[in-house]
Design a protein around this ligand. Structure first.
Ligand code: HEM
Ligand code: HEM
Length: 188
């Protein structure tokens, strides 16, 4: 299997980054909802609210680094041809959904970062290292960052649901093996 995308299918980097982002984003949604729904002294799953905030911010910044590599990787190779079983309408939908997914991979961590820095909360990376605050305090900027973060979270969730709908419809109802295009090995 080639490292970057070729006319034969997605490369190893694309597949690896795709599934790592799926895992990291699943954590971001779970932790984001737990931490905003609990009280300061609560313990959920053995973790305090402070732990959840720290790990949400830290993993979110790791996801930003991966999104940068992922975007570079997308431009390095050539995109594989469309799966032959996709209709024209599905191709247009997938194209738009992927633009939203890529955009959200950057907007989510950047707005989260702006919110916590401008709001004066800061980032204690993995509970160990306090990151410098290059933004400074600004209530207005913090509010904008927070609301764009929350609203984009819903837009991203809708795009992921649409993405899953197309993949599962093909995989389980049309049984054309679309999922294999993103699985290890040159099987697409
Ligand atoms: C990388 C992808 C990220 C995703 C998918 C994500 C997702 C979420 C979600 C779903 C919530 C709950 C929103 C709600 O209240 O309904 C949330 C909240 C939050 N996120 Fe993120 N996040 C990401 C990155 C980050 C980063 C990098 C930071 C900071 C450095 C951050 C800081 C926060 C904070 C402080 C909240 C609480 C907002 C509030 O008080 O309501 N997030 N995030
Ligand atoms: C369990 C959840 C998921 C499954 C089963 C899944 C499955 C797939 C499959 C099978 C493809 C290849 C489609 C094709 O033939 O072109 C694909 C592509 C893609 N997926 Fe997902 N996906 C999931 C979640 C996500 C998430 C959470 C994101 C982004 C936040 C995402 C972003 C993308 C993108 C951008 C592509 C196009 C290829 C690329 O440039 O990376 N997927 N996905």
């Amino acid at each position: 299997m080639a490292l970057t995308n070729t006319s034969d299918g997605y490369g190893a980097f694309t597949k690896f980054f795709h599934w790592v982002i799926v895992l990291l984003f699943a954590w971001q949604y779970v932790s984001g909802n737990i931490m905003t729904g609990m009280e300061r002294d609560d313990i959920v799953g053995g973790l305090t609210q402070n732990h959840y905030y720290n790990w949400h911010k830290s993993i979110g910044l790791v996801a930003l680094a991966i999104a940068i590599f992922r975007l570079i990787n997308r431009y390095l190779g050539q995109l594989p041809p469309w799966a032959p079983t996709l209709s024209d309408g599905e191709k247009r939908f997938i194209h738009r959904a992927e633009q939203v997914l890529y955009l959200a991979m950057f907007v989510m961590p950047i707005t989260g970062y702006i919110y916590v820095m401008a709001g004066g909360f800061g980032v204690m990376l993995f509970g160990e290292w306090r990151l410098p605050n290059p933004i400074g305090r600004s209530e207005t900027l913090a509010d904008i960052g927070k609301w764009v973060h929350i609203v984009t979270g819903y837009v991203l969730a809708a795009a992921v649901l649409g993405h899953l709908f197309v993949v599962f419809r093909h995989q389980f109802f049309m049984r054309d093996g679309l999922l294999r295009r993103m699985l290890p090995g040159r099987r697409g």
